[in-house]
Design a protein around this ligand. Structure first.
Ligand SMILES: Nc1ncnc2c1ncn2[C@@H]1O[C@H](COP(=O)(O)OP(=O)(O)OP(=O)(O)O)[C@@H](O)[C@H]1O
Length: 254
């Protein structure tokens, strides 16, 4: 990939999480997973979400992605409160404004890489020719132009995850959410895919929140938010010319 040309995030809040609350009932006990968890993510900003297993990272991402309704609080996209949208509008906003990447790629096995990246665009009503052009452009960005006709089973794990990222951003969402996107990859591949993802975020202007257990990778992002007893706490922020120190992030996040 090319060198970073747009090094710092913008200042316009794209995703705002406002005092999100979530309580789960497990048998005869209640679990307050989120307690007024708040955050703002700006355009072109790559923000890491860390926290121990079970601290609520996936729950938070699902609420931010409008897949689940919060028990309290609000999710704002570009200043618009999406919490009370009806199912139809919620689906539309999710399809056009939010990209989601999971730990496993979830690509459709019977379709090629190209078709997988075209799919969300066709569902959003984009013309076939334009969808193909955009998909090929994205596959090139992630170094997969030559693999466009391959099915997921014919791709390596890293290539599959790159296709999944390309698919997630195919409709040019304003928000990209990822839940352990490199968690299934070997360390070397995870490293490369993560760098490509962060490069893409900074250059495309998408606002990204990425859950990871990997403090070294988290330290490469613009900010690190930790879920601490249901509350979001900023534990590190990238300074001009530098990156957050992985060891410091790990210590602070303990
Ligand atoms: N639908 C549900 N019903 C009951 N409890 C739930 C539900 N979903 C999540 N939980 C509980 O909420 C807590 C937070 O889960 P969540 O998956 O959000 O954590 P996480 O930080 O993403 O964990 P991990 O890092 O292991 O993926 C866990 O204790 C989990 O058991």
């Amino acid at each position: 990939m090319k060198t970073v040309t747009r090094d710092f995030a913008g200042t316009r809040p794209v995703l705002q999480l406002v005092e999100l609350e979530r309580t789960y009932v497990q048998g005869n006990r209640t679990l307050d997973v989120l307690r007024r968890a708040s955050a703002e993510i700006c355009d072109g900003e790559a923000v890491a979400l860390v926290g121990p297993s079970g601290s609520g990272k996936s729950s938070l991402l699902h609420m931010a992605g409008l897949l689940e309704k919060p028990g309290g609080g609000a999710v704002l996209l570009n200043g618009v409160d999406c919490t009370a949208l009806n199912d139809k509008d919620r689906t539309r906003v999710r399809r056009n404004e939010i990209g989601f990447v999971y730990q496993s790629h979830n690509l459709l096995p019977e379709f090629s890489a190209l078709e997988n990246v075209m799919m969300p665009q066709l569902l959003a009503g984009v013309r076939r020719k334009d969808a193909k052009e955009r998909a090929l452009e994205l596959l090139s960005t992630f170094g997969l132009y030559e693999r466009a006709s391959h099915r997921p089973a014919e791709l390596s794990g890293g290539e599959q995850q790159r296709v999944a990222i390309a698919r997630a951003v195919a409709n040019s969402p304003c928000v990209l959410l990822a839940d352990e996107p490199t968690g299934n990859l070997d360390p070397h591949t995870a490293d490369r895919v993560f760098d490509e993802l962060v490069f893409f975020i900074r250059n495309s202007g998408v606002a990204a929140l990425i859950a990871t257990h990997n403090f070294e990778l988290a330290g490469r992002m613009d900010r690190v938010l930790q879920l601490n007893d249901g509350v979001l706490v900023e534990v590190s922020r990238r300074t001009a010319g530098g990156e957050a120190d992985a060891e410091r992030v790990e210590q602070l996040a303990k």
